[in-house]
Design a protein around this ligand. Sequence first.
Ligand code: PGA
Length: 260
Amino acid sequence: MRIPLVAGNWKMHTVRQEAITLAEAIARAVSGLSAAVEVTLCPPFVFLEPVRQALADTPVQLGAQNVHPEPEGAFTGEISVPMLASVGCRYVIVGHSERRQYFGETDAWIARKVRAVLQGGLRPILCVGERLEERQAGRARQVVQAQLEGALDGLSEEALPELVIAYEPVWAIGTGQNATPQQAQEMHGFIRSWMRARWGSKADSVRLLYGGSLKPDNAAALFRQPDVDGGLVGGASLKASSFLAIVEAAIGVSSQGGEA
Ligand code: PGA
């Protein structure tokens, strides 16, 4: 059984005290919930340490929004996997569409990051997803398949339990227009079958998150889909109440055993 994961991607939001207050509120509330879900917060790099302290002795885990594939070196301004591990990170978002779009990240570059994260003992949350014009042209699956092949080809099956994939259609990110549960399940099912073709039933251990305008009022219907194993939450992760409502939706669905 896959334990759902709800990850908050704070992007370039919050200043120090806001980050601490938000992390503390979430950590307090999650500590009182059942353990049927994993929760991780991905604050900006500069707040990893204070957020780690806010999460200490709670079940909420720490994640980063990005990483450089080399373990160290002359790469001014960059952050490595060993650095993230040393401040207590468990997860790292890799290949977010904003990194692909604004920072020119390619599939080959993202593949190096995925491997570096796994080699460093952390868990990558690999983001894939098509743009609106690609969906309208009927190319959504093709685009996602190319991203998966580019980032994961040759990955050994031993790494699969550590891997998380987030399907985030670009047209749904920050737009208020989420994918419907059917659209999400259709793509998640496709990703699952792509993985099964490579790794057989081992692929069933990989968690597939949905991301893109996930909100308290649409989370449960999305999480009820059989191949949606939680969510990557942007805007709604910046308020403790909305993020916690999404976490509770994941717990509610997982305790009911998913889609009837
Ligand atoms: P959103 O962002 O929830 O604000 O749409 C999701 C993401 O980019 O991870």
